[in-house]
Design a protein around this ligand. Structure first.
Ligand code: DOR
Ligand code: ZN
Length: 343
């Protein structure tokens, strides 16, 4: 049997929520990844170091015994974030970044930033304290076509941010377009990007052709095939600016399969397996370890993991849902076969 062994990977963009959902999803991530950047878009959002430390404890409680997993916490940037909180975050060993959600861009982003220019003094503080800024890069203008919102954000905001704060470390999260790939490639070494499995595996036909499929709906929305090909090329290029970030975003099945379904694809159940499928398809399995296990750690200035993880080339069927009792989370590729399996 074919086996793929790489250094233990990390997930540089993850949603785990709280309560029963957290209990359901945490084992999936902890079995595959040594660390994950935990997104702060809870209700209410995680805006202070004190709140993040409480949330971190709740996450650690949900890690099955015997597994070694470290949550890397982030804070949600708002118009009310203070320079003092940024200093405190930079000094905390458990806080690794701030997340910028333009207000209204996505799930639980109502408390996000409405006027990006107005928080420039906060970007200056992050640059000074050398703590990374993670960006959900989409404009929220109703007049802007949803498929153009990332491209427009780059021209309207991102170029200006990177020009004004040249030493600020920035991750453009979950890139979905040729233009985003190009921007990150051309930028200085302190500008990087995460790429999700769904944006590497699917184009927008997955959401809209042959019936509407809510489990493929996430934000930024999956784009056309030419963009997917640019993302696969970037992920498999060996360029350290591009690294693994699943954006695994669990929502109850009932809140996805409804007239106004939530944005988010749940992928933690098979995250590494899905990436392996993409890299194998691009004949670039040798590039998976850098993307999954090295480049993100280097960017965040954390040590690379020791230990390894193995995947086997075995077909298995993804269940229709995860979760007990009244809780159901439909995973990406539910009821479909995957060709890589956790060893
Ligand atoms: O699809 C998404 N879901 N995109 C995001 O930016 C947020 C995420 C979530 O939290 O559900
Ligand atoms: Zn996300």
């Amino acid at each position: 049997m074919k086996t793929l062994t790489i250094t233990r990977p990390d997930d540089w963009h993850l949603h785990v929520r709280t309560g029963a959902v957290l209990q359901t999803v945490m084992p999936h991530t902890a079995r595959r990844f040594a660390r994950a950047i935990i997104m702060p878009n809870l209700k209410p959002p995680v805006t202070t170091v004190a709140q993040a430390l409480v949330y971190r404890e709740e996450i650690l409680q949900a890690v099955p015994t015997g597994l070694d997993f470290s949550p890397l916490m982030t804070l949600y940037l708002t118009g009310s974030t203070t320079a003092d909180e940024i200093k405190k975050a930079a000094e905390s060993e458990h806080i690794h970044a701030f997340k910028l959600y333009p207000a209204g861009a996505t799930t639980n982003s109502d408390s996000g930033v409405a006027d990006i220019k107005a928080v420039y003094p906060l970007f200056a503080a992050m640059e000074r304290h050398d703590i990374p800024l993670l960006i959900h890069g989409e404009v929220t203008d109703d007049a802007c076509d949803i498929f153009d919102r990332e491209r427009v954000f780059i021209d309207a905001y991102l170029s200006d941010i990177t020009r004004n704060f040249p030493a600020l470390r920035v991750v453009l999260e979950h890139v979905t377009t040729t233009e985003a790939v190009q921007f990150v490639q051309d930028a200085d070494a302190n500008i990087a990007a995460t790429i999700t499995p769904q944006h590497l595996l699917f184009n927008r036909n997955a959401i809209l052709a042959g019936g509407i499929k809510p489990h493929y709906y996430c934000l930024p929305i999956i784009k056309r095939e030419s963009h997917r090909l640019a993302l696969v090329a970037a992920a498999t290029s060996g360029n350290p600016k591009f690294f693994l970030g699943t954006d695994s975003a669990p929502h109850l099945t009932s809140l996805k399969e409804t007239a106004c379904g939530c944005a988010g694809c749940y992928s933690a159940h098979a995250a590494l397996e899905l990436y392996a499928e993409v890299f194998e398809g691009a004949n670039a399995l040798d590039k998976l370890e850098g993307f999954a296990s090295f480049y993100g750690a280097d960017f965040y200035r954390l040590p690379r993991n020791s230990g390894t993880i193995s995947l086997e080339k075995t077909v298995w069927k993804v269940p229709s849902a995860y979760g007990e009792d009244n809780l159901s989370i439909t995973p990406l590729k539910a009821n479909e076969e995957l060709c890589w399996k956790l060893g």
